[in-house]
Write a protein that binds this ligand. Structure first.
Ligand code: FAD
Length: 397
């Protein structure tokens, strides 16, 4: 592979890549790898936890956290290599809500006591978290949240409703933003709280989506839910700033360049395989051209990501927006191409893994993934919102 950046080919980088490849070859369970390589979206909670614990046992869980918090303490280059090798090997995404979103916020804004209480559960894979930001009328306009938290004595009392909560049905806890004051600007009066989902007064209601991959998102209702004030991160009214930092990490993560590279590799292999009549899709000019176009577009995002990660001043805003926008557009274009090239088989609903029709199951999974992944252009801030951020930041409007 041609080196994309000198940082990735130093002896240290190569030694680290070797360590990760060896770990994956020896430890990634085959049934999990096959599920990921089949573009399946429904890894069970048990499998997610099992994989997290294997990764943890090898010192690679929460790799971006500093060592004093139990994390991997990896450099940006090592993190990049880790993500790339995991994706190419068919390893599942990490449990992002705790490790990538709440963890860094707790490390930056939590008290020592809160860090001692909540970080170990994330690190060990014991606690599943979900993100309670969006509401029915506050998604793009997130600062418009209304779900209220009223301080009474040393407890907040929450009333209202959160919407589109991914993994809320399997999560143990939620980190979320709540309205504690409505009198000033809407960005003020927002407070960041940690909520145990077993608390009385909470109802988690799954939402069935049309892609056929199983339950993923939920709405969560709060009725007089009492949350100790000790579970507030940062000051009352300071939640907006914390939420924005969480969203910036989410947008970088959502670019999913590594996963798209893996997905495109699988598609290329599919097109290069001989079909029953001996012909190969790749030999058609139109197919080859489509793959090359995807390859070039993804390569451009990959280089942009490297430039931001290794050669920028570390500030992220427009950069995160640009990567999220282009990364998710290309991710969706790859899955759309997979569905087109797999043809009608992709649209037939056939039992997954049916040994008589493995190619049908694969095509059916690609179709579900194609439908499911439209979400990536919505969550974490829709494509239109990313364009607005870019217009303001890059064009200095
Ligand atoms: C599968 C899925 C999982 C999700 N998981 C979570 C989660 O775990 N936690 C969580 O908190 N949230 C989650 N979300 C919510 C997600 O962040 C919101 O859906 C998203 O921010 C869009 O908000 P909305 O749905 O209210 O749409 P709206 O904000 O109502 O937008 C509707 C349309 O109008 C466009 N639009 C809105 N405002 C503007 C503008 N100013 N300029 C141009 N166009 C505009 C949007 O781009 C969109 O096309 C999830 C969403 C999905 C689909």
């Amino acid at each position: 592979m041609q080196a994309l950046d000198g940082n990735l080919t130093t002896p240290n980088a190569q030694a680290f890549r070797h360590r990760v490849k060896t770990f994956l070859a020896e430890n990634l369970p085959a049934h999990i790898r096959d599920q990921v390589n089949q573009e399946r979206m429904d890894l069970s909670k048990d499998d997610q936890r099992m994989w997290h614990r294997i990764v943890r046992a090898h010192g690679l869980a929460c790799p971006a956290w500093q060592k004093e918090h139990g994390g991997g303490g990896l450099s940006d280059i090592e993190l990049y290599i880790l993500e790339r090798e995991f994706a190419l090997a068919g390893a599942p995404r990490p449990m992002i809500y705790g490790a990538n979103m709440l963890g860094p916020a707790l490390i930056a804004h939590g008290t020592a006591e809160q860090q001692r209480r909540f970080l170990p559960g994330i690190l060990e894979g014991d606690t599943f978290w979900c993100q309670g930001f969006s509401e029915a009328n506050a998604g793009s306009d997130l600062a418009g949240i209304k779900c209220s938290a009223r301080l009474v004595g040393d407890e907040y009392i929450i009333n209202g409703h959160k919407m589109w909560t991914s993994e809320g049905h399997i999560a143990d806890w939620m980190f979320g933003i709540f309205r504690t004051d409505s009198s000033g600007r809407k960005q003020q009066g927002i407070t960041f709280l940690l909520v145990d989902l077993k608390t009385s007064g909470i109802v988690v209601q799954p939402i069935q989506t049309f892609d056929g991959t199983g339950i993923e998102i939920n709405q969560v209702f709060f009725d007089e839910v009492r949350v100790p004030a000790s579970q507030r991160i940062g000051d009352e009214g300071a939640g907006w700033g914390i939420a924005k930092s969480v969203l910036t990490s989410e947008r970088f993560g959502n670019a999913e360049v590594s996963r798209s590279l893996a997905s495109l590799e699988r598609l290329k292999r599919f097109c290069a395989d001989a079909r029953a009549d001996g012909s190969r899709l790749i030999d058609k000019d139109s197919v080859a051209r489509r793959l090359v176009e995807l390859d070039m577009a993804l390569g451009a995002v990959e280089r942009t990501e490297i430039r931001f990660l290794f050669h920028s001043n570390g500030e992220a805003g427009s950069e995160a927006a640009l990567l999220k926008l282009r990364g998710t557009e290309i991710q969706n274009a790859i899955l759309a191409a997979a569905v087109d090239l797999m043809g009608a088989k992709a649209c037939v609903e056939i039992a997954d893994g049916d040994p008589a029709h493995p190619e049908h199951a694969r095509a059916s999974n690609a179709f579900k993934a194609h439908m499911n992944y439209r979400k990536t252009m919505i969550y974490g801030g829709s494509s239109e919102i990313q364009r607005n951020i870019l217009a303001r930041g890059v064009l200095e409007l």
